[in-house]
Design a protein around this ligand. Sequence first.
Ligand SMILES: *Cc1c(COP(=O)(O)O)cnc(C)c1O
Length: 421
Amino acid sequence: MTLKSRDKKHLWHPLTQHKLHPDTVAIVKAKGCTLTDEDGKDYIDAIASWYTAMYGHCNPHVTERVTRQMQTLDHVIFSGFTHEPAVKLSEALIEILPENQNKLFFSDNGSTAVEIGIKMALQYHSNRDEKRNVFISFEHGFHGDTFGAMSVSGLSDYNGPFSDFFLDVKRIPTPNGENHDMILDLLRKVILENDIAGFIYEPLVQGAAAMQMHNAEGLNEILKFCKEFGILIIADEVMTGFGKTGSYFASDYMEVKPDIMCLSKALTAGLLPMAITSCTQNIYDAFYSDEISKGLFHGHTYSANPLACTAALAGIEMLKSEEIQAHIKRVTSRHKQFGEKIASHPKVSSTRQTGVIFALDLDVETERYGSLRDKLFHHFMDQGVFLRPLGKTIYILAPYIITDGELDKVYKSIEAALEIL
Ligand SMILES: *Cc1c(COP(=O)(O)O)cnc(C)c1O
């Protein structure tokens, strides 16, 4: 029996309607940019397994360090205890984060990083005897699948059954360079009518909205405006963090720096699940008190797992290396060339790019997970390329180490896809 058929017996997959999509692909091996399935077929992982494995799968620098770490200290409770991997990671991460970030709070995934950011913002105001219970977020944003994260997300297609239990959230459009005055007017109105605790946003690129991109200057103006009203700004860099936009963090492109940042995905170089919510000293100070109840009473069993911290530390070393920085520049310029070439294709309505994130929209009408998506997905898989089209968008977010030859193969498979539409 194949893994694919045994899988069907007991497993329930994420974001899947099993009746419509009964089949899975069983992967037995991953190395660099290549995934190998149980029949021995190779696929280029052109989305870096959900934007995690940015330095390549089974990266030896990362796996060797974690292998060594697991023979010394596997795990220890992080409430009241600490360890070297967490301390070293904190030093390395603070060095590359925007200069105002000073404290790190650990959890397990992007959604919990967001959940903690939301709780920090609510309790920050509460600890200062100010009741602020409403959030602002961008339309079409995605922040995760736990309740707080779902609430601030604006991609509500699949959240219907839960919406009665959401936090109160007001939404504003993303800045496109032309709607600036309209957004600030709307913001002013929302701020005057509500007690806004925080503004949460995916800076520059909205991943789950099919890599929608927005204007850095416009975002900076929004952040500045929020700050004037004491609204905490929470940058969800779960997707954009660790080099994907060309800088270490997307927040590097804005003059106004976030109060709180959410990090996960590429944080651990694709090896282990972990997340961090970072914040400024000012946020931390609002919880620092003689009163126990003013502390942040949130904690996950595997907080700051030493193996995950070690993977993250090795990942940051990779990110900072000349080798990876050169790869980021190379992939960015290859995408630019491809974008210029493909933009005039009659089946392409637009292209966009931020750093190593490239997306093109097809000139067709379709729903998000409709039949076109399936047709494209199977086309790419047949060609040995793993891409995950969303609606009418095809995007590439490959590991930085993808070779020119592999990139050519990805580009060719996209060109071929345009011919079968
Ligand atoms: C993926 C993602 C999340 C959720 O992370 P999980 O680890 O899947 O819970 C939150 N925010 C953004 C921007 C993401 O891309």
